[in-house]
Design a protein around this ligand. Structure first.
Ligand SMILES: [Fe+2]
Ligand SMILES: [Fe+2]
Length: 249
């Protein structure tokens, strides 16, 4: 059994030093890795990423993350990534990583993902170039996720995104903004590529639990949703519904 600590939307600012690290000091006793599903910062400033890097530097388990839309806001996503990588954090965008955890291989495929909506209310690759660019960006990132999941032959496979692959975990958000919160193409990618667990954030007012049409458990781990520093999901025990332990309050 692999214990995956997960959170998203921590939105650290330059004044956030010391807010996260106290909650992560015992993580090595509780989990085997930490996945963070984007919106690591408020505005994607490298100085904000440096604060997060400091919070994560002494975490006792491997840390894997994707960036979120906030982390692109300052057009400095490459510097955000660099700050985190210098602290030993793995940042995925259309990429995958395989970790050896207690003799078992755990693969994480990650992308920010993008919006576009869900069947019956989805944007289409039609009309103005801006709309085509929107939909093509979403499709390209979903395709990269599928390719990376397919490339994993690990014992445990995790899909990590910022945007949501399903509507179910958006419940609580205004219906009108669903197309800006996620896209069905991500769920298709996850189902075709295969995963034991899909983690995402972005929908601060959404719902924790969902499932792709193909049956992969989806968890919205946005911090305002899980209301803890992280949740720990146990996968690989044969049960297809990951059990969950919240972090101590
Ligand atoms: Fe967020
Ligand atoms: Fe977001």
């Amino acid at each position: 059994m692999i214990r995956i600590a997960a959170v998203a939307d921590v939105h650290l600012g330059t004044d956030s030093a010391g807010t996260l690290s106290p909650h992560l000091s015992q993580l090595g006793d509780r989990a085997d890795l930490l996945c963070i599903g984007g919106d690591l910062t408020r505005h994607g400033e490298p100085e904000e990423a440096a604060v997060l890097a400091g919070e994560l530097r002494d975490v006792a388990v491997p840390v894997v993350c994707v960036l979120g839309n906030h982390d692109y806001d300052a057009d400095s996503e490459d510097l955000v990534r660099k700050e985190l990588e210098e602290a030993g954090v793995t940042v995925l965008e259309g990429e995958r990583v395989v970790l050896d955890i207690n003799g078992r291989s755990v693969g994480v495929a990650g992308t920010k993902g993008f919006g576009g909506g869900f069947p019956g209310a989805a944007a289409s690759d039609f009309g103005e170039p801006e709309m085509k660019a929107f939909v093509r960006h979403s499709r390209r990132l979903a395709e990269s996720l599928e390719e990376q999941l397919e490339g994993l032959d690990s014992d445990v496979k995790i899909a990590l995104t910022h945007f949501s692959p399903v509507e179910e975990t958006l419940q609580g958000e205004r219906l009108e903004i669903y197309p800006f919160l996620g896209c069905y193409l991500l769920a298709e990618a996850i189902d075709r590529g295969g995963a034991h667990l899909a983690l995402h954030g972005h929908a601060h007012s959404g719902t924790e639990k969902g499932r792709t049409p193909g049956g992969v458990p989806v968890r919205n781990v946005a911090q305002p949703v899980i209301r803890h520093a992280y949740n720990v999901y146990c996968v690989g025990s044969g049960d297809d519904d990951p059990t969950c332990e919240p972090a101590p309050s």
